[in-house]
Each structure stands twice: as structure tokens, then as C-alpha cells.
Write a protein that binds this ligand. Structure first.
Ligand SMILES: Nc1ncnc2c1ncn2[C@@H]1O[C@H](COP(=O)(O)OP(=O)(O)OP(=O)(O)O)[C@@H](O)[C@H]1O
Ligand SMILES: [Mg+2]
Length: 519
């Protein structure tokens, strides 16, 4: 705060009250001189220099009664610095009527320096190259962040992101905007979504996916949805026969309740896979899962040199794997992998949505689709190094168990090397078992969006896991929808209001089923 009295005292003491106004006649001076006339409007003596000098003299002498002091100053020897900078002060008359009328020359500064002037700004400004998130509730400053640019700038050491919060707090809205719609328009960006939540009979990201010009892969049991042929070379994104074998293995293990195949079973699968490819190539047909099933459990030429016991063991191991795949072709999982890949499957799009919202929670279907998505994605990432990919798994908790959890975990490890940002959302962090891969995801993530929590144990977990400031405990319990605490790396968390455009609000509002009621 500029002290009006002090400045006037100084100026008068220096004998400047009679200094003619430079610049525009009749206007007060601006510049970096020793004078900083008060900015306070309404103070009698801040206004018109011609009149103001007179006012000040009277004001000063009236208060101090010391005109003598002024006369002590030697006016002739006083050297004043040249006036600098533009004249930025408004007309004196206007200033008198309350217009903003700074007399000091503005000096260039940086946001970082300006922080100190704004005590309301509790954290360093966010990434000016990032994706806009919303506004800082304390300073009203725009907040922007992007895991990839932040990683490049070494603000964070992991591109993985976690979003936590109670039902309906605004997590999906954030993911759909900040991690899909906004970054996807940037060069070299791609998004893959595992869409788990049902909204009017399809995944909640279906509309968004169509808006962006692609059709979601609608995975449904019993036919009528998208079919993904596990032996389709396109699914491998150029990852070769070894990649295809890894996919078959992952799917078989999902069908095996997440348990790993032993070395006999794996060998039987490898041999059957090779035999399938050779036979279908000879017949000039596309390999399908049913061809593989046919070759599993048969006696292959590769086994000829083995003892009878070993041959029998491999035969039985192959049969075991065959039963697993047969289950995925039977009614239980019919419609997902049985047949050629559906025509609408465009795996090269910038947005790929695997809609698993219609698959049952229990059973291996979701995990199997996750395995396909994962193998395809890794193949794509390895072969197209110029892309940065957001891999979004909503309700990451249910996806973080069993074999899918292992996949997510291995993705997490590969994230940096492959330009992959794994983004998961969770409701209640305290419910996640300590040994779950989801806990590792929470620990690794360096971009954390914390929406409202309503249980003490969840708030405690957020406070300790993310090292939040003591004051954030209450904030966390009382955040409105669309508001969250955002913590980037080791920086202090900031209270962010996520801001959406009209289009984004329309596409992210999930309340209509609740609001509309029965029709
Ligand atoms: N930035 C925002 N500003 C205002 N309201 C918002 C904002 N984001 C979300 N909302 C409101 O909150 C509602 C729920 O949002 P959203 O579906 O994103 O929550 P969620 O946390 O994903 O819920 P769930 O846990 O059920 O998946 C939206 O329909 C919308 O009305
Ligand atoms: Mg949601």
C-alpha cells in the first residue's frame, strides 16, 4: 500500500510541488522518478498537478505547519532523473472522478515475480504450455496442465494420472474434457478409452466418441456388437506373431480366472498357434479363433521326438487350453471374439473407445477385452513412436484386479518409454486392498485430481498418500461438483474449478436420467 501522507511529505520536502507537468500540458507526470504520487482516488491532493500542487502545499503546511522546511531545500542544486516511460496516467479530471490513473511507469515482470504481489496465490502458476483445466479458486488465475509437457519440463517424473472422488463429483467430466476433447486436437496426440459406465444402453463415452468421428467398439455378449478377431494381424498393430501369441496367452489366462498357464500349456498353445497360421495360409483363409481351437489338443509333428509320456502331457495341456478358448466361443462369451473383426473397427483413429459397459462385472469378459486393448495398444505404441497417448480407464478399481491389473501395472512401467499416460479414476481410495495393483498406480501418479470425499477414512488416505496441507482436509470434504484439489508432483495442491464450454457441458452432463425421470 502506498502511504499517501508519506509520499506527499517526501515530494513536498524535495520541493517538487512547483515542478511543471511534463508531457501533455495540464497532465500529471508519469515516470520512474523519485515521485510516486498516490494512487488513491478521492484524496484531494492526487489529482491535477497544476491545482494539486497548490492543494498539496496547503494540505502539507496545514498538517505540519512547516513551510520553513521547504525553504531549506536548495532548488538549484537538485538534479532530477529524466522522465521515463509512457505517460499512462488518465486525465486528471477523470482521475478525480475515480478512473484508474496510475502515475508510475509499468515495468515488465514475470508471473513468477508477480506471485509475491498476490498473497492469495498459494501455489506456483501452472503449466503455460499445458491443457487448460479451469481456474484457481483463490487467485482466479487460469490453471493448465498436461502430463506430457509437465514431464518434458521435469515438473513431474511420471505421466500417470489419478482422479479420485465420490459418485457424481465431476470426475468423468474432467476426463472427457481435459484428457480427451482438449488434448486430442493437438498434434501427435491419441486417446484410448476403456468405457465402463452404462448410460442409456451404451458406454457414457459413446456420444463423445461419435462427436469425434469414430464409432465405439461396442462389446456385447450374444452377438450384435463389435467382434475382435484375436488372430487378426490388424489387432496386433504390426507386433508380429510373437505379439499375437502374447495376446492369445493373455486371453487364455483371463479365461483361466487370471491364473498363469504353466510351461506345458504355453508350449501347447505356441505349437497350435503356428499350426493354425500355416494351415489357414495354405487354405487361403483368414485365421480365426475356431481354427486355433481345432489345433489345440491334437498330436503335432513337433511333439514326435518326445517320449510318449511327454506327448501325452502336451496333448492334455493343449486340451486344457482348448477348453478355455471354447468357453470364450460358447454362449458364455459369444459375440466377442468369434468371427472376423467387425468392419467398423478402425484401429488407426486418434480416439479408440472400447465400450465394455454392457459386459457383466463378474466373469472374464471385461478382462479379456482389456487384454486385447492392451496388446493392440502396446503394438501401436511400439510402431508409432511419434504419438503421445492418454489411456483412460474409468473405475480403475474394478479394472485393477487379476490379469487386467497386471496389464495395467505393466503399462504403467512402460509409460515413460512409450509416451503413454495411464489415467485412472477411483471412488473410495480406502477400499482398495493394500496389495492391489491400483495402490501402486496411486503411488506412482504425479498428477492427482481430488474431488469431494465424504468418508473420514478416504479423506485420511488422501491426506497422507498425497501429503496434503492440513487445511485441505476440510476443503476436500466440502468441494462442490466440478471442483477439485489438483496436486502436481511435489507442488502444493490448488483448489481448481473445472471450467467447461457449452458444448463440453452438454456432452459431459450425466444427470439427465436422474432429472428427466420416467416418460
Ligand atoms: N465442471 C463442472 N461444473 C459444473 N458442474 C459439473 C462439472 N463437472 C461435472 N458437473 C456436474 O456433475 C455431474 C456429474 O458429473 P460426472 O458424471 O463427471 O461425475 P463423476 O464423478 O464421473 O460421477 P460417477 O462417479 O458417478 O461416475 C454432471 O452431470 C454435471 O452436472
Ligand atoms: Mg463418472
Amino acid at each position: 500500500m502506498i502511504d499517501v501522507q508519506q509520499h506527499d511529505s517526501q515530494s513536498t520536502a524535495l520541493g517538487l510541488q512547483d515542478r511543471p507537468a511534463p508531457g501533455v500540458a495540464g497532465e500529471p507526470a508519469a515516470g520512474n522518478g523519485p515521485l510516486v504520487p498516490p494512487l488513491v482516488t478521492g484524496a484531494e491532493d492526487t489529482v491535477d498537478q497544476a491545482q494539486g500542487a497548490h492543494h498539496r502545499r496547503r494540505w502539507f503546511s496545514g498538517r505540519s505547519g512547516s513551510e520553513d522546511t521547504i525553504q531549506d531545500v536548495d532548488h538549484d542544486t537538485m538534479t532530477l532523473p529524466a522522465q521515463q516511460g509512457p505517460i499512462v496516467r488518465a486525465k486528471a479530471g477523470k482521475a478525480h472522478r475515480g478512473w484508474y490513473a496510475p502515475a508510475a511507469t509499468p515495468a515488465p515482470t514475470t508471473t513468477r515475480q508477480a506471485e509475491i504481489l498476490n498473497t492469495a496465490l498459494i501455489a506456483a502458476p501452472t503449466d503455460d504450455e499445458g491443457v487448460v483445466v479451469g481456474r484457481d479458486r483463490l487467485s482466479n488465475a487460469p490453471v493448465a496442465h498436461d502430463p506430457f509437457t509437465a514431464y518434458e519440463k521435469k515438473t513431474i517424473t511420471s505421466p500417470n494420472v489419478v482422479v479420485l472422488g465420490v459418485v457424481g463429483a465431476g470426475k468423468s467430466s474432467l476426463l472427457k474434457t481435459v484428457y480427451v476433447l482438449r488434448p486430442i486436437i493437438l498434434r501427435g496426440r491419441r486417446v484410448v478409452i476403456i468405457d465402463k459406465k452404462d448410460r442409456a444402453g451404451e458406454g457414457e463415452n459413446a456420444e463423445l466418441t461419435r462427436e469425434l468421428g469414430t464409432e465405439p467398439f461396442r462389446m456385447v455378449l450374444g452377438g450384435g456388437g463389435t467382434v475382435l478377431n484375436l488372430l487378426d494381424p490388424a489387432i496386433l498393430a504390426g507386433d508380429g506373431i510373437a505379439g499375437q501369441y502374447r495376446l492369445l496367452l493373455a486371453v487364455a489366462e483371463e479365461a483361466n480366472d487370471g491364473r498363469l498357464l504353466d510351461k506345458w500349456e504355453r508350449h501347447a498353445l505356441r505349437v497350435a498357434h503356428k499350426a493354425t497360421l500355416a494351415a489357414t495360409e495354405a487354405d487361403g483363409v483368414d485365421p480365426l479363433l475356431e481354427h486355433l481351437v481345432f489345433h489345440l489338443g491334437t498330436h503335432h509333428a513337433d511333439f514326435q521326438d518326445f517320449s510318449a509320456a511327454a506327448q501325452e502331457r502336451l496333448h492334455q495341456a493343449g486340451l486344457g487350453v482348448r477348453f478355455l478358448f471354447e468357453a470364450s466361443l460358447s454362449d458364455e462369451l459369444a459375440g466377442l471374439f468369434d468371427g472376423p473383426t467387425s468392419k467398423h473397427v478402425q484401429l488407426a483413429s486418434r480416439l479408440t473407445t472400447f465400450d465394455v459397459s454392457q459386459l457383466p462385472e463378474a466373469g472374464p469378459a471385461v478382462s479379456m477385452v482389456m487384454a486385447v486393448a492392451n496388446v493392440w495398444l502396446l503394438g501401436t505404441l511400439r510402431n508409432q513412436r511419434n504419438y503421445q497417448t492418454n489411456f483412460i480407464a474409468e473405475e480403475g478399481w474394478s479394472l485393477s484386479q487379476g490379469g487386467t491389473g497386471r496389464l495395467m501395472r505393466s503399462n504403467s512401467k512402460l509409460a515413460r518409454g512409450l509416451g503413454l499416460s495411464n489415467i485412472a479414476s477411483f471412488h473410495h481410495p480406502a477400499d482398495i486392498p493394500r496389495d492391489s495393483p491400483a495402490v501402486a498406480m496411486l503411488k506412482e501418479a504425479q498428477t492427482i485430481h481430488l474431488y469431494r470425499q465424504d468418508r473420514a477414512e478416504d479423506i485420511d488416505m488422501c491426506m497422507t498418500s498425497f501429503g496434503l496441507e492440513a487445511g485441505s482436509r476440510e476443503v476436500l470434504a466440502n468441494l462442490e461438483n466440478g471442483h477439485h484439489l489438483m496436486k502436481i508432483g511435489n507442488r502444493r495442491e490448488i483448489h481448481v474449478e473445472h471450467v467447461r464450454s457449452d458444448f463440453e457441458a452438454r456432452i459431459t452432463n450425466t444427470d439427465e436420467a436422474m432429472i428427466a425421470g420416467p416418460r
